[in-house]
Ligand binder design. Structure first.
Ligand code: CA
Length: 371
């Protein structure tokens, strides 16, 4: 190699090396350039509920781990920053950057918020996931959340809930008349059509109300949570199913302005953490509920299915309400028809393989006693 050529190629090599260094440096700068953030999450749940509050806490913890501690979120329980039923307000106002809640608590602002959690005779957990993730649900609901300055990320599901705790047996629709019942979300409007006097009360305040007799009945979630809240100590009859919550979704609500300011990798971290919690929470419930149900029955709880006449009356009342709401909310008028069409298709499909399998396998006695 001639000297001049050597100098030329060495120079090129050095230039290439310098360029590579620049890319590496830029990458390092980009990573280190991500801001240190500390956000506060307001949850609608007491700390004692390691299912629901545990979900909110896991969102926070995982975001910290994914971002190497740069994006820190701290989860606060109901009442620590705002009461259980004011999480949406706090996120909208920017009092906190984000919250973990059931959006049906806010049906008084707009009934369409109910579709972000559950409505009577709605979908199960699998079907809700299908609607939200790929069936157009998230997109259909986005304009509603935007009106309240939020974006919503699906982050949890309890699975089908129980119908709750009653002091007296419910043998017919007539037994519901005048019954003061704590019930989540818009289901209260449906049951009101059957004579129930519904009360929307946050988790920490249900037990005292039931104990004092301010209410006659209360539903929360299912065996594991209900045992922790102690309802079996003050009411004997444990009804199922919670036909108003076939697979209710929980949401992480993020203040829209704060979300838009987030670096893209942090948006991805938060989205991924919510997705993980959406798988983790129903797993935890399904693992813990059967054990808790055994303990509750052993301690004297009397399990009862709702009579079919009550279920049918409630279903008729539901469709009546859903029709009325079209005139009351522009969001409902847009989202409900899309939701209903999707739900009907899901029900038709689930009738074929899933329901046939479930109904056979879950009730067959052939496996009993076999190891
Ligand atoms: Ca409930």
């Amino acid at each position: 190699m001639k000297r001049r050529e050597f100098i030329k190629s060495a120079g090129l090599g050095a230039a290439a090396g310098a360029a590579m260094l620049t890319v590496a440096q830029a990458k390092a700068q980009q990573t280190s350039g991500l801001p240190n953030l500390q956000w506060r999450l307001a949850a609608s749940w007491p700390k004692s509920l390691d299912t629901l509050f545990g979900g909110a806490d896991l969102v926070a913890k995982r975001v910290g781990e994914i971002t190497d501690g740069k994006f820190q979120i701290r989860a606060f329980a109901a009442g620590e920053i705002v009461p259980a039923l004011q999480v949406l307000d706090a996120v909208q106002a920017g009092t906190v950057e984000l919250g973990h809640t059931a959006t049906y608590y806010y049906f008084g602002k707009d009934p369409t918020f109910s579709l972000g959690t559950a409505v009577c005779f709605g979908m199960n957990a699998r079907q809700n996931n299908a609607w939200w993730y790929t069936g157009g649900g998230a997109e259909a609901m986005a304009p509603l959340f935007k009106d309240y300055g939020c974006i919503a990320l699906l982050a949890g599901n309890t699975g089908c809930q129980m119908g709750g705790w009653f002091r007296k047996e419910i043998r017919s629709v007539a037994d519901l008349k005048g019954l003061k019942m704590r019930i989540g979300g818009m289901a209260g409007l449906v049951l009101a059509k059957l004579g129930v006097v519904p009360q929307l009360i946050g988790a920490p305040d249900i037990y005292p109300a039931l104990e004092k007799g301010t209410i006659d009945a209360a539903e929360w979630v299912g065996p594991y949570d209900d045992e922790k809240l102690g309802f079996n100590k003050v009411a004997q009859y444990y009804y199922y199913p919670g036909f108003w919550e076939g697979g209710p979704m929980l949401m992480t609500l993020v203040n829209e302005k704060k979300w838009n300011e987030l670096p893209k990798p942090y948006q991805a971290a938060l989205t991924a953490a919510c997705g993980e919690v959406n798988a983790w929470m129903p797993a935890k419930y399904d693992d813990l509920n059967p054990k808790a149900l055994r303990r509750l029955v052993a301690s004297g709880a009397k399990l009862r299915p709702f009579p079919r006449s009550v279920m049918e009356a409630a279903e008729r009342a539901s469709y009546e309400l859903y029709d009325e709401l079209k005139a009351r909310s522009k969001h409902w008028a847009t989202v409900y028809p899309q939701w209903k069409k999707f739900r009907d298709e899901q029900f038709l499909w689930f009738r074929v393989a899933e329901s046939t399998y479930d109904n056979y396998a879950f009730t067959s006695k052939l496996g009993a006693g076999k190891s």
